[in-house]
Design a protein around this ligand. Structure first.
Ligand SMILES: NC(=O)c1ccc[n+]([C@@H]2O[C@H](COP(=O)([O-])OP(=O)(O)OC[C@H]3O[C@@H](n4cnc5c(N)ncnc54)[C@H](O)[C@@H]3O)[C@@H](O)[C@H]2O)c1
Ligand SMILES: [Zn+2]
Ligand SMILES: [Zn+2]
Length: 404
């Protein structure tokens, strides 16, 4: 028996499960040396994973579309039970079940003090912001594992108030580590409010979470666009209108048919740089969705852009896109006075309130994204099916606590 097992990137299109050492209460050497912070981490805890989800953000690495090296550990969507605790952790105890924001944040820097936990200054020597199991994000070990170390635990952990209630709703609560707050952030930063009409690009888990969040925020109509029929059906299952972009019909015409006018109040990009052009069999065209949301949103709108854009893409369609330079028609957004909100979602800004909604039985995010629990050994299968566009959000359950 190994001390721990973790999912790793094993080359384009492949993941594997590797034996590894049990985590220590230590931050990565890369962070410690790069930023001159001591490696010992008495502010950390070790979690036994209860759930850890597969994300579209992982797929960018697994498809070979980032600079992630083979062996990169994976997993930033973490929910777990505390099994070991550092001596400086004051407000958590062994046995607590907690959600972990995918952003790693120190809780002490200028950005953390402003609530901008996606761009913490003390967790990644290469740039602002870090995450577990992600390329260029500080070298923190991923949580698609049996056990994982969480630093600055008092700041980062969101404790579920009641263990039994938490385990009962765990497939909903597991979405608090990323996609529920991220989708909600997409809708909030797009300015969605009571009565808004909304376009969400992408019917993957983040797009579905954004659409569901727009409904929570009181949107009158939510239109979800994608080319994947199963995922569009998933969006329709909880009351969204759909824009089937596989037909080649123009988005403007689809929206005009649905709403009686060719514009929406608010738009969200839940696709990112691997966007494809419209029409059956269209190839990759990375600026498609940014241009779509600028085209379809009314003048003066805000655009929520949780969809991820990279600074380095070895598999890009052309030389410019290899450094993240894509054909965005910024003049269009400028002429319409659009506000663009990009970057990692600061999960801590939303996770407690969304937890409260789940526990009060007023948000059913697991159903909206079709959460599906699998074992750690089935992670490679989950990755393959998700890559093929399954209308499911795969939740790895390393200790069988969910399936039990
Ligand atoms: N900002 C953040 O904090 C944050 C957090 C989580 C995920 N993300 C990013 O959000 C994006 C979505 O994540 P996901 O897990 O849902 O990914 P996903 O890959 O499962 O979903 C993307 C969907 O977009 C569709 N699509 C492709 N081109 C399109 C187009 N032109 N118009 C409409 N739909 C199109 C695809 O068919 C697919 O269903 C990814 O880029 C991911 O990295 C960002
Ligand atoms: Zn994620
Ligand atoms: Zn910080």
């Amino acid at each position: 028996m190994a001390d721990n097992r973790v999912v790793v990137y094993a080359g384009p299109g492949q993941v594997a499960i590797e034996n590894t050492e049990f985590p220590k209460l230590e931050i990565p050497r890369e962070v410690s040396q790069g930023l001159g912070i001591k490696q010992a981490a008495p502010h950390a805890v070790i979690l036994k994973l209860v759930t850890t989800n597969i994300c579209g953000s992982d797929q960018h690495m697994v498809r070979g579309r980032t600079t992630a090296p083979v062996g990169q550990s994976l997993g930033h969507e973490i929910t777990g039970e505390i099994v070991e605790i550092g001596e400086d952790v004051l407000f958590h105890q062994v046995g607590d079940i907690c959600s972990v924001p995918f952003n790693i944040a120190c809780g002490r820097c200028r950005m953390c003090n402003e609530g901008k936990t996606g761009i913490c200054l003390n967790v990644n020597p290469a740039r602002a912001g870090a995450a577990y199991g992600y390329v260029d994000m500080g070298g923190w070990v991923g949580g698609q594992a049996e056990y994982v170390m969480i630093p600055f635990a008092d700041f980062n952990l969101l404790k579920f108030p009641d263990r039994d209630a938490a385990l009962e709703k765990i497939l909903d609560l597991t979405m608090l580590s990323d996609i529920f707050p991220t989708g909600y952030h997409g809708a909030v930063t797009a300015g969605v409010t009571t009565g808004s009409t909304v376009y969400v690009a992408g019917a993957g888990p983040v797009g579905l979470a954004a659409a569901y969040s727009a409904q929570l925020l009181g949107a009158s109509r939510v239109i979800v666009g994608d080319m994947n029929a199963d995922r569009l059906a998933q969006a329709a299952s909880f009351g969204c209108d759909i824009a089937d972009l596989s037909t080649g019909d123009s988005l403007t015409d689809i929206v005009a048919d649905l709403l009686g006018e060719p514009e929406v109040d608010a738009a969200v990009d839940a696709v990112g740089f691997e966007a494809r052009g419209h029409g059956a069999g269209a190839g990759e065209a990375p600026a498609t969705v940014l241009n779509d949301v600028m085209g379809i949103a009314r003048a003066g709108a805000s655009l929520g852009i949780p969809g991820l854009y990279v600074t380095g893409d070895p598999g890009a369609v052309d030389e410019a896109a290899k450094i993240g330079q894509i054909g965005v028609r910024l003049g269009l957004g400028w002429a319409k006075s659009h506000t663009l909100v990009t970057g990692q979602c600061p999960v801590k800004k939303y996770n407690r309130q969304l937890m409260n909604l789940i526990l009060a039985d007023k948000a059913h995010i697991a159903k909206a994204v079709n959460a599906t629990a699998i074992s750690l050994d089935d992670a490679p299968l989950g990755y393959a099916q998700f890559d093929q566009g399954a209308a499911q959000k795969f939740v790895i359950d390393p200790h069988g606590m969910v399936r039990a």
